[in-house]
Design a protein around this ligand. Structure first.
Ligand code: GLC
Ligand code: CA
Length: 560
């Protein structure tokens, strides 16, 4: 995988380490567990793993609060286990991406501890501290998880900035020495043979500090922080330097968690871009309002979803390469988000799979997505571990919702929906762990949804595997990877059909998705005879008017 753009051919599998496989019976997933499951992943056909954070951390935000970048958390194993995982995966042709969290550290990081103790130490300038005369916070920004973005150092009038939780103080990228420490750490990991990084909250590293009281936009008297900390002018200097000093030297794959406005996209993912690709939020967050309040979910239509996907595809292909995904550890399960509850079944799940895996860009599959895992329903708010879920719940109560209303709404969107243990088989704890209790509840539906059951029959898993195989190694591979994206808009088209083409010289794929639980007619241009894949066992005989079954999907191919 030394080719310059090797990552274009990648199919990525995202692992949430705490919930993938427990190897030592403590109820928590770990690195040796992942090593045990490498054969499964190889067999699935993926060739890159993105590992959510496994660094030392008090785990206040699922490991996105790092207290030591150089060592693995003992709950996940040892540093040697990590080396072994990188080596064993490599032997199978699988590259590992780690999560790079450098917008903030944990408050338990030694830099922050030093900074707290001694305001004159050099570490104080690694973070963003402000002293106020009156003892009130420097401004009324709201952190992303709710509550003020400034926390007071006990017994002083000194505050530190945290865009996320108060246990995640923001780093000060203006400080050159800090930047040097970061580059050194990134290279330390890349030298071990990592494929690259998924880069957390990277659009947030440049802050436009302004003080005072801004017009509140919520019942809490606070104001959304994004306008001061997202994609601020000057960020390009840091991102360019980061790339030149680290990733570029290793031909790394980098995927930035970054909602980048169109005018900046070229700098991010163009020929000389800072990253290989970025995640786009426009369709995964289609149900979240701009204020980030899950408890006021946005209703959306299939036409809107189609528009968002198409706009994103068109925009990204003009500038460079993209990453496509249905799920990750910050989302609820995609089948629950995009499908009406009563219509969640084999057909609708496989249709979603096809909709995403045929898009242009590197696909990211989140653990359990390939077997169609679904949201979990917990009993009380205390059952949720996710810090954001609690933040949203409290904001919902403040906004006047009753406890029950707040719980119902927040439960649907909770990030814990995707953080429940992987469902492997019918044995205890779905084969995830032989502990008495697992760190998070196993979804009781594991008796129906698990890997072992799906190995045998026509299943969501088989469908994913087939799709991955088509992309990785088939006569359709080059058009699936390199083909241009073109929306397909037939006359009188049903608003619930999402169809598009991929075009590479004479080769063409037409991919059609009937995003509804009833039949629909679609016009198909002449010349298509070959069906590459479909979720109904039906032949396609070249009809120019074709009646799609409920949630039917199919990909047609022609080469002249
Ligand atoms: C990113 C991560 C999310 C985390 C946040 C703060 O959005 O994906 O899980 O809570 O950054 O690090
Ligand atoms: Ca364990």
């Amino acid at each position: 995988m030394n080719k310059k753009d090797w990552w274009k051919e990648a199919v990525v599998y995202q692992i949430y380490p705490k919930s993938f496989q427990d190897s030592n019976g403590d109820g928590i997933g770990d690195l040796r567990g992942i090593i045990q499951r490498l054969d499964y992943l190889k067999n699935l056909g993926i060739n890159v793993i993105w590992l959510c954070p496994v660094y030392q951390s008090p785990m206040d935000d699922g490991g996105y609060d790092i207290s030591d970048y150089y060592h693995v958390h003992s709950m996940f194993g040892t540093d040697e286990d990590m080396d072994e995982l990188i080596r064993k995966a490599d032997e199978l042709g699988i590259k590992i991406l780690m999560d790079l969290v450098v917008n903030h550290t944990s408050d338990e990081h030694k830099w922050f501890q030093e900074a707290l103790k001694n305001p004159d130490s050099k570490y104080a300038d690694y973070y963003i501290f402000r002293e106020t005369e009156d003892g009130n916070p420097p401004n009324n920004w709201r952190s992303y998880f709710g509550g003020p973005a400034w926390t007071k150092v006990e017994g002083t009038n000194r505050f530190y900035l945290h865009e996320f939780s108060e246990k995640q103080p923001d780093l000060n990228w203006e400080n050159r020495e800090l930047r040097e420490e970061i580059y050194q750490m990134v290279n330390y990991w890349l030298d071990k043979g990592l494929g690259g990084f998924r880069i957390d909250a990277i659009c947030n590293i440049k802050k436009r500090l302004e003080f005072g009281t801004f017009q509140p936009d919520g019942e809490d008297g606070l104001r959304y922080i994004g306008d001061w900390v997202l994609n601020q002018p000057g960020i390009e200097v840091f991102l360019k330097e980061l790339n030149e000093r680290t990733f570029r030297l290793h031909n790394s794959m980098t995927v930035a968690e970054a909602n980048v406005p169109e005018e900046l996209l070229n700098q991010f993912i163009g020929e000389e871009g800072f990253f290989s690709m970025v995640f786009d939020f426009s369709y995964a967050d289609i149900d979240v309002p701009d204020t980030g309040e899950w408890f006021r979910p946005r209703q959306f239509t299939i036409s809107e979803l189609r528009k968002n996907i198409f706009d994103s595809q068109k925009m990204v292909q003009e500038k460079g390469w993209g990453a496509v995904y249905l799920e990750n550890h910050d989302q609820n399960r995609s089948v629950n988000k995009y499908l009406p509850e009563k219509e969640i079944n084999y057909y609708s799940k496989t249709m979603l799979a096809s909709l995403f895996l045929f898009l242009r860009g590197t696909p990211f599959i989140y653990q359990g997505q390939e077997i169609g895992m679904e949201n979990i329903r917990m009993d009380t708010i205390e059952d949720y571990d996710d810090i954001a879920t609690h933040g949203q719940y409290h904001r919902a109560l403040k906004a006047g919702l009753s406890e029950k209303e707040a719980f119902d709404i927040v439960a649907k969107r909770s990030r814990d929906n995707s953080r429940t243990p992987m469902q492997w088989n019918l044995s205890k704890n779905a084969g995830f762990s032989n502990a008495e209790a697992t760190w998070m509840k196993v979804n009781p539906n594991f008796t129906k949804i698990n890997v072992t059951c799906q190995q045998k029959t026509d299943s969501v898993l088989r469908f994913y595997k087939k799709l991955i195989g088509l992309r990785q190694e088939s006569k359709y591979s080059s058009v699936m990877v390199n083909g241009a994206f073109l929306p397909y808009e037939a006359e009188d088209e049903d608003a619930s059909v999402i169809a598009y083409q991929r075009i590479l010289e004479k080769e063409r794929l037409l991919v059609i998705h009937n995003f509804q639980n009833c039949e629909s007619m679609i016009k198909i241009p002449e010349g298509y005879k070959e069906k590459a894949i479909g979720n109904y066992d039906r032949e396609y005989l070249g009809e120019t008017c074709y009646c799609l079954k409920p949630y039917e999907c199919m990909a047609l191919y022609k080469s002249q």
